[in-house]
Design a protein around this ligand. Structure first.
Ligand code: GUN
Length: 300
């Protein structure tokens, strides 16, 4: 069988293209209104991975001319203190996006925090009002959570045919799997698929993944998806970011996805690498959501 060229989906490049577009939009709106979009990120505690993510979010805001504030709270912050801060930010006209970095310390109920954020500033798209609107197909009147939104952007910018295709999503989290599956089944240019969702209680996961024209892996297990689970020619989207030990590196570890890249890439028609695939898109979509919030609040 003649194999056509395999395409590596370059999230690093697409996210940079998108950031350049957003930077021009921010400059345009600033020239017309004298205002800029503002994102406030709250981090509770000192989880090292979260600190890196939050730093990258703030840096990306500044790169495109947005205002960025990071509020750091100690790990023993009572829930009510965090909720009061969120209520103040809900009322602050200079804040267009509010993001509370997860995971949160155990004394804080993540759902209570999600509910406290004004849905019109919930640039994470986690609030049930936003997720509900997404499920109902009102994408122009909600915030789409950043990772699924970034995947739609990649499929669209790589002109990947989706209509009528079978998309298999592995993973059912509120942040990725659930919104992703819902988006993929909608009547949108970048979706319109038949969708199957697999999860930890699914019997014989390979029997489903082998049917996938588009496979989206969001399981959180290093290299879970192997070549024998793939239909030749499939488009493979890897959401995973897993640390594995690697003594040959300076840090002693390296990042791998939920997909066994080398084996799967040999069969796929297109694949996202880790790092450099879905990951960089997530921050770019957060910026896009923050600009969208600014435009809605200012009727632009
Ligand atoms: N922790 C890891 N990813 C995310 C994200 O996209 N949003 C929030 N709030 N926390 C996270």
């Amino acid at each position: 069988m003649k194999k056509t060229m395999m395409q590596i989906i370059d999230g690093k490049k697409i996210s940079q293209d998108l950031k350049n577009e957003l930077k021009a939009d921010v400059a345009h709106f600033q020239a017309n209104t004298g205002k800029v979009p503002g994102l406030t990120v709250i981090i509770v505690g000192q989880d090292p991975a979260s600190q890196v993510y939050v730093r990258n979010k703030a840096k990306s805001c500044l790169e495109i001319g947005m205002h960025s504030t990071v509020i750091e709270m100690p790990h023993d912050t009572p829930q009510e203190t965090l909720l009061n801060t969120i209520r103040e930010l809900n009322q602050d006209p200079a804040v267009h996006g509010i993001l509370v970095q997860q995971p949160l310390p155990k004394q804080i109920d993540e759902f209570a925090v999600t509910l406290a954020i004004d849905p019109s500033k919930d640039v994470d798209g986690f609030h049930p009002e936003n997720l509900g609107r997404l499920v109902m197909g009102h994408l122009d009147k909600c915030f789409v959570s950043c990772t699924p939104y970034g995947i739609l952007e990649l499929l669209d910018r790589y002109n990947i045919e989706t209509k009528g295709k079978h998309c298999v999503v592995v993973g059912r989290s509120n942040i990725v799997g659930k919104p992703m599956a819902n988006l993929m089944m909608q009547k949108l240019d970048a979706t319109n698929c038949t969708v199957t969702v697999c999860h930890s209680a699914t019997r014989d996961i390979p029997s489903f993944t082998k049917q996938a024209d588009i496979l989206i892996a969001a399981i959180g297990k290093a290299r879970f998806i192997t070549a024998d689970m793939i239909k030749p020619g499939a488009v493979v989207i890897d959401v995973g970011i897993n640390r594995i030990e690697d003594q040959s590196t300076k840090s002693g570890y390296r990042l791998v996805g939920d997909v066994d890249y080398d084996g799967v890439a040999a069969l796929a028609s297109a694949i996202t690498p880790v790092p450099g695939g879905v990951g960089p898109m997530t921050i770019a979509m957060l910026l896009k959501n923050t600009l969208q919030s600014f435009r809605r609040i200012n009727n632009l």
